[in-house]
Design a protein around this ligand. Structure first.
Ligand code: FES
Length: 562
């Protein structure tokens, strides 16, 4: 692509065969919008908005955008807000993951097709931030990420609670008959007390913290809650920062180095963060042309203990993490494990920045230190075996220790719909020893939904069974817990080994040996493989393009041509 060397409003000119005419006509149309020459000669800062009535996680975004615009004006720039697709986890079928790459493509094209010297990426809910970062890496113009911020915690019958780890816990209790209809309605009205992103260490909170670590956010920008003055001040600072990096021409790819990704993985593990962040980091690194693999994720995990006490790995919430010092204090605690030569968004090195940051203070207990960690190293591991030759992910910190070495008979569900239709059917005779297999829920199979943490069958839940081994090519929500092996690659829909499992086959998980195996002899597996017929892919539209071009989970599930 040929890019204009002009700046500001003269960037990315409309092609009329006469560049001077293109500039003139732009000024004429902007004059109609009330902008004079002094306005349009400023650095132009695009603001990519994902505000939508369908997205309560971004409910305060209009106010936040006004704060960013004020910062841009104060910095001497001219802000232009442009709308993009908004992805909310709760409102998209079958899953927002099917649309992450679409938002990414759209954002990249809008950044490169319109005049802007820098872009402020306004996201928050799980897929919005990774999509925007993928776009920023590909477009490679100066970029600063702003997130909408987490919700405040709610309270029900005296218990502090929040989305969505507590959503799942109470729903499991309701399924087990421990909560009445009236009680679950009371919980429903109390879980999400304000607009904002989920306030546990789910994917949104994890990605916000990871982006601050990568240096694409102003310091302290990840954790202020939605709708607070603190959050608005982050918006103002980000607007000013956008003008500064536009002038300095700091580009995302300068920040997205292998060293900064390894730092981001260090933070991910110290947070006890979401497994989804692994897929997103692989995709962002690929866009930036930076080498990063699943093995890097595993290797870093072995070095980093859990330091942050937030659900689902701990007991606290994002407001606790924020009050305890947020990402800056965590980075200070992790300093010996970080590459401090990497640049931050200001151009200053991480090491120089951390000289100005206080370590975690003794009055708080949410951010621990390396000398006094909350949990062991190795909270997230990569397992392989004949069920996942290219790897699968297991969040050991969220699993039941007694199930980490387990052998049991398979019970197979052919899709998320099949599982929801049959899982509670007592005639399946599922026992706590069974290994529940969900297949055709990978990127090609079903857009990669968060269906991997299958519910415990009702008749077992009512007997007090809380966890079972579950294996799938799906993802799971960052707020989930259980002994759940995810992202098996290659996926069943493309002929991956999950496609060949049959009810009653013995399956073995051995987390200590990083193995996940189907205990069926090779000749029988070869016979089953020969009979495999791939399911047809959707015939038209985005779903056709996605299914044809999406890469496997272990490569980040981006489209192969992006
Ligand atoms: Fe939007 Fe959890 S549903 S962040």
């Amino acid at each position: 692509m040929t890019r204009s060397t002009d700046t500001g409003i003269n960037r990315n000119l409309t092609s009329y065969g006469d560049p001077e005419f293109s500039k003139y006509i732009r000024r004429a149309f902007l004059a109609a919008a009330g902008y004079d020459g002094e306005d349009v000669d400023r650095p132009i800062i695009g603001i990519a908005s994902t505000a939508s009535d369908y997205n309560p996680c971004h409910g305060h975004m209009p106010d936040l955008i006004e704060a960013v615009k004020r910062g841009v004006f104060e910095g001497g720039g001219l802000p232009f807000v442009f709308p993009t697709l908004s992805l909310n986890e709760i409102f998209f079928s079958p899953t927002t993951m099917l649309f992450r790459n679409l938002l990414s493509m759209e954002t990249e094209e809008l950044i490169t097709a319109q005049p802007m010297d820098a872009v402020v990426l306004m996201g928050g809910c799980d897929k919005t931030v990774p999509a925007q970062l993928m776009a920023a890496a590909s477009a490679n113009i100066p970029a600063v990420q702003v997130v909408s911020g987490a919700m405040r915690t709610g309270s029900w019958q005296g218990e502090r609670l929040g989305a969505c780890t507590d959503c799942r816990r109470y729903w499991a209790q309701f399924r087990a008959g421990e909560l009445s209809d009236e009680q679950i309605e009371g919980v429903t009205q109390s879980l999400c007390s304000t607009p904002g992103t989920c306030m546990v260490m789910g994917t949104a909170s994890t990605m916000a913290s990871v982006v601050e670590t990568l240096g694409l956010m102003v310091s302290g920008g990840a954790t202020p809650l939605s709708g607070t003055g603190d959050r608005l001040r982050v918006g103002v600072r980000s607007g000013r920062m956008a003008v500064a990096i536009a002038r300095a021409e700091h580009r995302p790819v300068q920040l997205l180095t292998r060293a900064s990704f390894l730092n981001a993985l260090t933070v991910l593990h110290a947070l006890g963060g979401s497994t989804n962040a692994i897929v997103h980091l692989l995709a962002i690194a690929r866009r930036a042309g930076t080498r990063l693999t699943l093995e890097d994720m595993h290797d870093v995990s072995q070095q980093v203990p859990l330091l942050v006490d937030c659900k689902p790995a701990g007991v606290g919430y994002m407001e606790d993490f924020h009050e305890a010092g947020g990402v800056p204090a965590l980075l200070k605690a992790l300093e010996p494990l970080l590459d401090c030569s990497v640049p931050t968004i200001t151009g200053q090195s991480l090491g120089d920045y951390l000289k100005t940051v206080e370590p975690p203070q003794s009055w708080q207990s949410t951010i621990r230190t390396l000398d006094d960690p909350l949990g062991e190293t190795g909270a997230l591991i990569v397992v392989r075996g004949n069920l996942a030759p290219d790897g699968a992910v297991l969040k050991v910190a969220a699993a039941s220790p007694e199930l980490l070495a387990h052998r049991g008979p398979a019970v197979v569900f052919d899709s998320a719909g099949d599982a929801s239709a049959r899982i509670d059917d007592p005639s399946l005779n599922i026992t706590p020893d069974h290994v529940m297999i969900l297949r055709n829920a990978g990127p090609v199979g079903d857009g990669f939904p968060e269906a991997g943490s299958l519910p415990i069958p009702k008749y077992l839940a009512q007997k007090g069974v809380k966890d079972m081994v579950r294996i799938s090519d799906a993802r799971m929500s960052g707020t989930s817990y259980g002994t759940v092996v995810l992202h098996c690659s290659p996926e069943a829909a493309t002929g991956g080994p999950l496609a060949f499992v049959r009810d009653g086959d013995m399956v073995e998980l051995n987390a200590g040996e990083r193995r996940i195996d189907l205990l069926v002899d090779a000749a029988e597996l070869a016979r089953r493989r020969e009979a495999f017929v791939p399911a047809p892919i959707p015939e038209r539209g985005w779903r056709h393009l996605y299914a044809k071009c999406v890469l496997p989970a272990h490569l980040g599930a981006d489209l192969d041509f992006l």
